[in-house]
Design a binder for this molecule. Structure first.
Ligand code: GPK
Length: 810
């Protein structure tokens, strides 16, 4: 069975399932039990297609891609799976007859917190698109027991609480005990002469970790394709545990058990800069080795072709450098276990692997100390050492005496393993995630590599799943689009362009305005219930939601809010269009400036919201614990999308696309994918301000920027800056770290330099908002052009340009 014929069938299946699961009468079920019952029913529906999809791939020997990512930020799966199966209406009607409201059941699911931010959410959109396009592609990652922390705001500050998202079970996973593999750490590795006169590797005295896969179905859209996300969990092997115990040392035995289990216990709360160390490296190798072993095993069992042809059937994609150890690990398997020569193994590896870079922030480039790397992964280190030796010999031959070049492309340098360099060297394809970002990779970050391998480099501008971010998050807008242009856009996001024809049609624009109003009411209700705070749905909803980071410049936003507050205080007669400034996002636990930014937002929020006169014109709110589910409430309700990073710093951004798809107007810098959004919609339909990337670069290279000058020459800037440290924001609060970063450290991200242009851009937003029809027209143009930013387009580009995959009908 892979559908419920009607609500009657749903009800009878539900009754049976609930009885088996809970041994309770229906009226006694808790909402969470109802959720789980439906989730298990959906899994039953999926299972046939899941098996058939796998069989088809194997029978047809279709080429498959494995997308390795240390994060997959899935969001809730019940609703998306119901939509994918086309079963949402039947389920809703059946539950209604039984006395439950699907919309109240859906929030019972906990967000799987298997990611930090954009990189992890991109991976989730990608596997969604792969399944929707019937492309054979699967995810590979770690089943973290604790996801990214839950954020609470206490006394204005972020407090991190553990996210034990698995506590009530996760109905979507299937544990595959028979597919477990061993991953080895530590010990000694050395080369010795082999019988055939060559060299062979001896690897001994290692310790083993059992990697057990948990598979999650990734459901296509109305197409019977079900791909797999395979999540690995680290377990101790009972044999090793008993052996340790039999040696009589219980402490050692339990130490062994604990250290093994630690590998898949926590997701690192790392986002671009903050770093975890040895355990993180263990996680990376654990995921890579387990994933590759299972792929090679599958290849030998089901594809049964020569390993020299591996790349004709298998593509491996590495999402940033965290999985870059696939390169030496595939070399190890091909040489040590399958007997290929170095050259043969290297050819296969390079042709199989492709790499995407997601950041150019230098502090975010992964580097490992050689001593640590070597002691943890001795065999892998030997391989890295050898590939580095061969590579540098080649570079020095081609460019004699150019040691700068050698340094810029070396995998081992200054006592460190340089993961980005390993990734570029061992891949046939390297791409950035937006045009400007890919250009910066070629021009500076990876320039020397670009001169060596120009044809490896390309751009694949990011995208987002219009199924999750429009169909699922904003059914009101989806319905209006169906009425206006028909439902084709659901299957082919490009068709959204048909909305452009209606972008001056007053009747359509009126309905668009109603949809936005409805979504603002829904958000306002949520805020009222959750925070007991009233926001005015008639005000402009101005939203910045993303990880908190100095380069993303939440500081610029809140300093403008503070400035506006001072202006209104000083001019009691002044009227502005009422505005609600909403913020959300997590700061890495060890990132002082980011945490202080959250505090500043909350302190300014109180100052503003407690002022009886001012709060009629503006409100400020920091929403706790921003995650995928909260995003699904926020994007549809936004009028203004804040995308204000320092130009050149945000590789792409993807929130910008979700806002656009939901009809918000971008207020942004010429950074990341904003550049392409601007090109799509034009100056009239977004508001661009601030330094351009080349200007920022010139300042970095040639100097010439002084934030002290900005401070001393501008009274408004002086006023807001002084308030950070003079205690005037209430309770004598002081924000020394932020003050120092802006003045003593010369404002690395040009917040003060862009401050006045940003204030003007905000006034421009207000002017445009008050020309109502024109604003609605802009909103429609944004929706129409958001089709380009569907991850379906991105995935088609990866599939044809990098992976060489074809769709397979299931
Ligand atoms: C980039 F390097 C990283 C990282 O560690 N985490 C992360 O979320 C983001 N990213 C970029 O910052 C975004 O600009 C980009 O849109 C996203 O990755 C997806 O490519």
């Amino acid at each position: 069975m892979n559908t419920w014929q009607d609500k009657e069938e749903f009800k009878s299946e539900f009754t049976k399932k609930a009885h088996i699961l809970w041994e309770k009468d229906l009226p006694d079920l808790t909402p969470n039990e109802v959720y789980q019952t439906v989730a298990f029913m959906v899994r039953d529906l999926v299972s046939e297609d899941w098996i058939r999809t796998n069989e088809t791939y194997a029978e047809e020997k279709a080429k498959q891609v494995y997308y390795f990512s240390i994060e997959f930020l899935l969001g809730r799966l019940l609703d998306s799976n119901l939509i994918g199966l086309g079963m949402e209406d039947v389920c809703r009607a059946g539950l209604k007859d039984l006395g439950w409201d699907l919309d109240r059941i859906i929030p019972e699911e906990r967000d799987p917190g298997l990611g930090n931010g954009g990189l992890g959410r991109l991976a989730a959109c990608f596997i969604d698109s792969l399944a929707a396009l019937q492309l054979p592609g699967h995810g590979c990652s770690i089943r973290y027991q604790y996801g990214l922390f839950n954020q609470r705001i206490i006394d204005d500050q972020q407090v991190e609480l553990p996210d034990s998202w698995l506590a009530d079970g996760f109905p979507w996973e299937v544990k595959k005990v028979d597919k477990a593999v061993n991953v080895r750490f530590g010990g000694n590795a050395y080369m010795r002469p082999s019988e055939d006169g060559g060299l062979e590797c001896v690897y001994e005295k290692y310790s083993s970790v059992r990697a057990v896969p948990y598979d999650v179905p990734i459901v296509g859209y109305h197409n019977h394709t079900v791909n797999t996300l395979r999540l690995w969990r680290a377990e101790y092997s009972r044999e090793d545990m008993y052996r340790e115990l039999s040696l009589g040392d219980r402490h050692r035995a339990f130490h062994y058990k604990n250290s093994v289990q630690l590998i898949s216990r926590f997701l690192y709360p790392e986002d671009s800069t903050e770093e975890g160390r040895k355990l993180r490296l263990m996680q990376e190798y654990f995921m890579v080795s387990a994933g590759l072993q299972s792929i090679v095993r599958y290849y030998k069992k089901k594809i049964k072709e020569s390993l020299y042809k591996f790349d004709q059937y298998i593509a491996i994609h590495i999402n940033d450098t965290h999985p870059a150890l696939v390169i030496p690990e595939l070399m190890r398997i091909l040489m040590d276990e399958e007997g290929l020569s170095w050259d043969a193994a290297w050819n296969v590896t390079v042709r199989t692997v492709a790499y995407t870079n997601h950041t150019i922030l230098p502090e975010a480039m992964e580097r490992w100390s050689i001593p640590m790397f070597k002691s943890l992964l001795p065999r892998i280190y030997l391989i890295v050492e050898e590939l580095n030796r061969r590579w540098l010999a080649e570079v020095r031959k081609r460019f004699p005496g150019d040691e700068d070049k050698a340094r810029d492309v070396a995998v081992l340098w200054d006592g460190q393993v340089h993961m980005a360099h390993l990734a570029v060297l061992g891949s046939h394809s390297v791409n950035g995630v937006a045009e400007i970002h890919s250009q910066i990779l070629k021009d500076s970050t990876l320039h020397q590599f670009y001169t060596c391998f120009p044809s490896r480099f390309s751009n694949k501008t990011n995208g987002v799943s219009h199924r999750r971010w429009l169909i699922q998050s904003n059914p009101q807008l989806a319905g209006l689009l169906d009425d206006t242009i028909g439902p084709d856009w659901r299957l082919e996001a490009k068709r959204l362009i048909d909305v452009e024809k209606f972008s001056k049609d007053p009747a359509f624009l009126e309905r668009l305005a109603q949809v936005k109003q409805t979504r603002k009411y829904i958000l306002a209700d949520y805020i009222q219930q959750k925070y007991e705070v009233k926001v005015d749905p008639a005000s402009i909803f101005d939203i910045q939601i993303k990880r908190i980071h100095l380069y993303k410049r939440q500081l610029l936003n809140i300093l403008h809010v503070l400035h506006l507050y001072y202006v209104l205080k000083a001019n009691p007669r002044m009227q502005i269009t009422p505005r609600t400034f909403l913020f959300g996002g997590k700061a890495a636990a060890g990132y002082g400036e980011a945490k202080q930014t959250i505090k500043l937002i909350n302190v300014v929020a109180r100052l503003v919201n407690n002022d009886r006169r001012i709060r009629k014109q503006m409100r400020v709110l920091f929403l706790e614990n921003y995650n995928v589910s909260l995003g699904q409430l926020l994007f549809p309700a936004a009028d203004v999308s804040e995308q204000i990073s320092t130009a050149g710093k945000e590789a792409s951004g993807t929130g910008n696309m979700k806002f656009m798809m939901n009809g918000a107007i971008t207020l942004g810098t010429m950074d990341g994918a904003n550049v392409e959004i601007h090109r799509e919609v034009g100056d009239d339909n977004c508001v661009i301000f601030g330094l351009r990337a080349n200007e920022v670069m010139d300042y970095y290279i040639h100097g010439g920027y002084s934030s002290w000058n900005m401070y001393s020459e501008d009274a408004d800037i002086r006023q807001i800056m002084n308030s950070l440290v003079d205690g005037s924001l209430g309770n004598g609060e002081s924000f020394g770290m932020l003050y120092d970063s802006l003045l003593d450290r010369n404002d690395e991200f040009f917040v003060l330099k862009d401050f006045k242009p940003y204030c003007q851009a905000q006034q421009e937003i207000e002017r445009r908002y008050n020309k109502r029809l024109q604003w609605l027209h802009s909103s429609a143009v944004n929706i129409a052009h958001s089709g380009y930013f569907s991850s379906d387009r991105t995935i088609r580009q990866y599939a044809s340009g990098i992976w060489h995959l074809k769709p397979v009908k299931s």
